[in-house]
Ligand binder design. Sequence first.
Ligand code: NDP
Length: 297
Amino acid sequence: MKILLLGKNGQVGWELQRSLAPLGELIALDRHPVDGLNGDLSDLDALRATIRQVGADIIVNAAAYTAVDKAESEAELAERINAQASQVMAEEAGAQGAWLIHYSTDYVFSGEGTRAWQENDAVAPVNCYGASKLAGEQAIIASGCKHLIFRTSWVYGARGNNFAKTMLRLAKDREILSVIADQIGAPTGADLIADVTAQAIQQVLQRPELSGLYHLAADGEVSWHGYASHVIGFAQDNGEQLAVKAINPIETRSYPTPARRPLNSRLNTRKLRDNFSLHLPDWQSGVTRMLREVLNK
Ligand code: NDP
């Protein structure tokens, strides 16, 4: 079995390199051309040619335009990478009879209310990034290709920058931190997403009727403020010397950003758990494991 992975060096892409490796021959690309293959999603013709040349059984798209604030001023580029490139992948997957595995976001929703979003709830993105990701989902579904789309939220990886590392860095220098307390979601490890992806691929190859859209997030819920408090509390309990004395909760409206953020990022994951008989651990277990790695504890 041949697998084409796009976006191999992103948070999720990096973990997919590990989790997909045992499933078959893995051709993993980033945006830089190599051996005549071009994984740059902004070059739609080159992307199409690359997918044809590889002729994979499974295309996994972990690449995306993810700069949420910048997307407000680069809407066209975000649309090309998140929507039009997804459409190209879907058309080619359909023509080749390949599976397309793709990731989307809770930002397709308005963020209103406090109930966890279900897959068939009404969508209403509040920013350009969310709109471009929604268009990508819709193009894949409309194409009729075999697909798995995983909507996830608040992704972190042990590699590169993440919210927890930023909080730890700030807590070393500052006595007071102000962190948003009215956005609620579940921090979800890139490693968990990659492992669930590999499990789901294995199952869907046997049961193609499971093709569809799924919510994938760690269990439980927390605000960014609660998340920061957990991270800093863990570090302090494990002997890290931090300057921070107080973590103040603030409201989203007192921290203006170019892109609006939804307040309710809760995702209902029942469909994924039931259809694939999977257990999704609580967010604390993944975050604690990542912190142990980062802090070497
Ligand atoms: P990252 O930002 O870590 O990775 C995205 C990757 O896409 C990067 O490696 C980036 O490469 C690559 N990329 C960007 N533009 C292009 C391009 N033109 N051609 C090829 N590659 C490109 O994202 P995540 O791993 O966190 O996200 C994975 C998926 O999950 C995405 O679909 C995202 O929308 C979704 N998601 C993410 C959330 C989050 O909190 N991060 C929340 C919800 C959903 P480079 O480094 O070269 O720019």
